[in-house]
Write a protein that binds this ligand. Structure first.
Ligand code: NAD
Ligand code: MG
Length: 393
């Protein structure tokens, strides 16, 4: 019986995780859950899964949850704020943490679990984009196993040999090929992109996900963040990572070896597969996902990414090459720009413009500490807000 804690249990990944856990009640116990502000959903999850601890980032939401739990006669402890998130991440009865907060808000609580040597199922790619070098060093130092949940990285993990941490060169890997669907605007006339709405951007052709990552998929910033994520997870040189547009989202990524072999992982686009894989690793368990019907799929298409259509992907490649604080600045500017787009003010094409202007305003020095990275994140948010405001008015 493994105790599992979930950061971001009310989100898309959180819900898929609970779905998989509920299929194997003899193997898993849900010990701690957390959310930002969704009291109704977290209350429902407490009723069903009876965790020992529930935390809400927002203090007023935590108070409302606490009152509702008492009315129900449930004794789940409730905490709030950064302390609450960290208490969930480091709960003494949890051997595994599902890190599924969206954005840089996931960095500190996820790192807290890494420092305790917990097994971390990592969906929160932004944590690696912001603090990848420190994060992976902390994992090595503390013996924390990091299992990728992002479907591409989970696919790569499945296609690599078990001892890949010896180094990609040592195990004969030539390249990592990350697949990308191209999102909802792969073929939309460029002139129309300025006017697309948040709902159009969030209507992903293959995946159902939270709104921030859905917009990131539409700009392909998501793939850019994933290049940086892969760089750290697999200790790959940035030039060893390629992006392959594959509109069907059936091949989740590939690994090319020096002997010409290319290994791929395929499956229906449903996050319960990587979640079930990571939870059971190194074994396998049912996920609830239907078997892949190759005859139904019938064909697989591939094309190179169009960096003119998707400037965010180019900016991410530039940021990973620049190193230091550049990926943290890229991520922070993107979080601000996506939020401003979703609120209705900033045009879709303004997202890349805000990120580019913000990146240009910083010299990206080396970052030796978490404090420096978090300071770069905070400064980049201020700059990005300023650039976004200038674009809206
Ligand atoms: P989501 O928006 O559906 O859910 C986010 C969760 O985090 C919610 O439970 C929310 O309450 C919580 N949260 C948000 N802001 C918070 C804050 N400031 N403090 C504390 N909690 C906060 O997002 P999602 O689609 O589930 O994505 C979660 C993470 O997983 C993201 O990093 C995303 O890039 C990654 N991911 C998601 C998918 C997917 O299919 N949804 C696939 C690959 C990777
Ligand atoms: Mg992905």
């Amino acid at each position: 019986m493994r105790g599992v804690a979930i950061l971001g249990s009310t989100g898309s990944i959180g819900l898929s995780t609970l779905d998989v856990l509920a299929r194997h009640p003899e193997h898993y116990r849900v010990v701690a859950l957390s959310a930002n502000t969704d009291v109704a959903q977290l209350l429902e999850q407490c009723r069903r899964y009876r965790p020992q601890l529930a935390a809400m980032a927002d203090p007023d939401s935590a108070a409302a949850l606490s009152a509702a739990l008492r009315r129900d006669g449930l004794d789940t402890e409730v905490m709030s704020g950064a302390t609450g998130l960290e208490a969930v991440a480091t709960h003494p009865d949890a051997s595994d943490l599902m890190a599924a907060i969206v954005g840089a808000a996931g960095v500190l609580p996820t790192l807290a679990a890494v420092r305790l040597g917990r097994r971390v199922l990592l969906a929160n790619k932004e944590a690696l984009v912001v603090s990848g070098a420190l994060f992976m060093a902390a994992a090595r130092r503390n013996g924390a196993q990091i299992l990728p949940i992002d479907s591409e990285h989970n696919a790569v993990f499945q296609c690599l040999p078990g001892d890949f941490s010896r180094g990609l060169d040592a195990v004969g890997v030539d390249r990592i090929l990350l697949t990308a669907s191209g999102g909802p605007f792969r073929q939309r006339p460029l002139a129309e992109l300025r006017h697309v709405t948040p709902d159009q951007a969030c209507a992903h052709p293959n995946w159902s996900m939270g709104r921030k990552i859905s917009v990131d998929s539409a700009t392909m910033m998501n793939k850019g963040l994933e290049v940086i994520e892969a760089r750290w997870l697999f200790d790959a040189r940035p030039e060893q990572i390629s992006v392959v547009v594959h509109p069907q989202s059936v091949i989740h990524s590939l690994v090319q070896y020096v002997d010409g072999s290319v290994l791929a992982q395929l499956g229906n686009p449903d996050m319960r597969t990587p979640i079930a894989h990571a939870l059971a690793w190194p074994e396998r368990q049912a996920s609830g996902v239907a078997a892949l019907d190759l005859f139904g799929v019938a064909r697989l298409d591939f094309e190179p990414p169009d960096l003119q259509r998707f400037p965010c992907l180019r900016l991410a490649f530039d940021a990973v090459a620049a190193g230091g604080t550049a990926p943290a600045v890229l991520n922070a500017a993107n979080e601000v720009a996506v939020a401003r787009f979703l609120d209705g003010g900033l045009p879709f094409t303004g997202i890349a413009a805000v990120v580019e202007q913000t990146l240009a305003g910083f010299d990206h020095g080396a970052a030796d500490s978490l404090d420096e990275l978090l300071a770069a994140d905070a400064a980049a948010r201020r700059h990005a807000e300023h650039h976004a405001t200038a674009m809206v008015t």
